[in-house]
Design a protein around this ligand. Structure first.
Ligand code: ADP
Ligand code: MG
Length: 242
């Protein structure tokens, strides 16, 4: 049944990536983007939700480690993207979990699994209220880092991902490469895109590949990821120099 499926695809908004995914993400799936610090995860997710907002869709961005102000500022200085314009139109909704009014900030007094439970509740009520087509979570590790048992971690990850699948919202979730948490998060995802850097001689290249995509063929190549003043794009070439 290769490529004969009738499942709806959602374009990623990243030129060149939809081709690698044979048409984009499946609607309603949980899609992880992982990579070290500075590999482009935040840009990736922002470009993904911006693509929806530009088409008039409502999208949501959940930030776990900094204030939404800083992401808005960075995307403006990097690419001139004016996220605020979409926020004002009600098309982009930021959920800042460090906002004290949500009472969800990380604290030694709160048991890690309690924090995740409250996060799940918060996200679910926001999804029901806003009904976004796309969600971007940047990033998930702050939430799960304190969970010590791998078994518990798997269960909690499945639990949180289940909320997105249930509401048929297409999500992009970033995870950094810390303490092996990324592999646990990748395990529960419908698709995983890996961002990285490759050093070849004096040359530093950004790279991207599709590590997995449930229910779809993909292009099994490592390709060059280019970030410029107009954003992120995938080039149809290998980052490894001859
Ligand atoms: N206009 C631009 N042109 C080229 N590279 C850029 C531009 N804006 C930002 N970058 C690069 O993008 C990188 C940051 O990507 P980011 O998505 O924040 O990474 P991550 O979230 O994985 O830590 C920076 O290290 C910077 O080098
Ligand atoms: Mg980031």
């Amino acid at each position: 049944m290769a490529d004969a499926d009738m499942r709806e695809r959602v374009n990623t908004g990243i030129p060149g990536l939809d081709e690698m995914l044979r048409g984009g993400y499946f609607k309603g799936t949980v899609n992880v983007v992982s990579g070290d610090s500075g590999t482009g995860k935040t840009i990736f997710g922002t470009q993904f939700i911006l693509e929806g907002a530009k088409k008039g869709e409502k999208v949501m961005c959940i930030i776990t480690s900094e204030e939404s102000k800083s992401i808005v500022r960075e995307m403006y200085t990097s690419f001139g993207w004016n996220l605020e314009e979409y926020v004002n139109k009600g098309l982009i909704v930021f959920v800042d979990i460090t906002d004290p009014s949500l009472r969800l900030q990380k604290s030694v007094e709160i048991a890690p699994s309690e924090l995740i439970k409250s996060f799940k509740k918060l996200v679910e009520s926001k999804i029901e209220e806003i009904q976004p087509s796309r969600i971007f979570i940047d990033s998930i590790e702050a939430l799960f880092l304190a969970i010590e048992s791998n078994y518990k971690l798997r269960t909690l990850i499945d639990d949180v991902f289940g909320v997105f699948r249930k509401h048929e919202v297409t999500s992009v979730i970033t995870v950094g490469a810390m303490y092996g948490l990324d592999s646990m998060v990748e395990y529960g995802a419908d698709s995983v895109v890996k961002l990285g850097r490759i050093i070849a001689g004096n040359n530093l290249q950004r790279s991207i590949y599709v590590m997995k995509m449930r229910g779809s063929g993909t292009i099994n190549e490592v390709r060059v990821l280019n970030i410029s003043d107009s954003g992120m794009q995938v080039l149809a070439q290998s980052p490894y120099l001859e």
